[in-house]
Design a binder for this molecule. Structure first.
Ligand SMILES: Nc1nc2c(c(=O)[nH]1)N[C@H]1C(S)=C(S)[C@@H](COP(=O)(O)O)O[C@H]1N2
Ligand SMILES: [Mo]
Length: 216
């Protein structure tokens, strides 16, 4: 009886898995050829026994296309309700203590992506500038004019990182080089890419690009 149930479950899983890969010839280890093509050279594909997905998704849906940032003139500003506004170069950010996180993004469209991220704690960056006691919101500004925000308490409690590496390679331009907010447990539009400014605010109702267009 138990065995039959187990078999049914296996069969169901096989059908479900099959439907996800439909229309795509399979490559190595059941990974589709289309997926294999999206892995970048040198990108690691496995971490502690977990298979990683290509960090760059199948299509770009950013507001002004993929941005190419000139790192020689790039600066990351931490400003707003802080004791002292600061600006850091790419190299200065990379010198701070780093954190690695294996995160699975569950997309509302029904797919998952597991990527190994590496970056710095947003709270470490904020501490460098010193948040005012009135600050409760973190607004991210990007080079394409995109903005989005997260509650300061979430940023601290969840140890949210600003990542510069995905699957052990430098963040590709498509993913937001030099920096992306790895807003784990939050929808995709909270994952600000090409971040240039982190602004501390006392407005918990601040509306970013998609938020002002009706997204919560
Ligand atoms: N700077 C910037 N960051 C952005 C966006 C954007 O248009 N500009 N789009 C957001 C949205 S809506 C999503 S779903 C995620 C992931 O986009 P992707 O699926 O194209 O990688 O990036 C987010 N970060
Ligand atoms: Mo999105």
């Amino acid at each position: 009886m138990k065995k039959a149930a187990g078999c049914m479950l296996l069969l169901l899983c096989a059908i479900l898995l099959g439907s996800c890969n439909s229309g795509d010839n399979s490559g190595t280890d059941g990974v589709s050829n289309a997926t294999m093509k999206r892995y970048q050279e040198l990108e690691i594909r496995e971490y502690e026994g977990v298979r990683l997905d290509p960090s760059v998704g199948p299509r770009d849906n950013s507001i002004s296309g993929i941005q190419n940032v000139d790192i020689s003139t790039y600066e990351l500003a931490i400003t707003g309700l802080v004791k002292e506004s600061i600006a850091l170069t790419y190299e200065e950010v990379l010198e701070l203590p780093s954190y690695e996180k294996l995160i699975t993004l569950h997309c509302v469209e029904g797919w998952d992506a597991t990527v190994l991220w590496k970056g710095v704690l947003l709270s470490d960056l904020i501490e460098m500038a010193g948040a005012d006691s009135a600050a409760n919101t973190v607004i991210f500004h990007a080079v394409d004019g995109y903005t989005t925000a997260l509650p300061l308490q979430d940023v601290i409690d969840k140890k949210i990182i600003l990542a510069y590496s995905s699957n052990r390679i430098p963040l590709p331009p498509a993913l937001g080089y030099p920096f992306i907010v790895v807003a784990e447990d939050k929808p995709g539009y909270k994952w600000a890419r090409w971040v240039t400014k982190i602004e501390l605010s006392d407005d918990p109702y601040y509306l970013g690009y998609w938020e002002s267009r009706g997204f919560p």
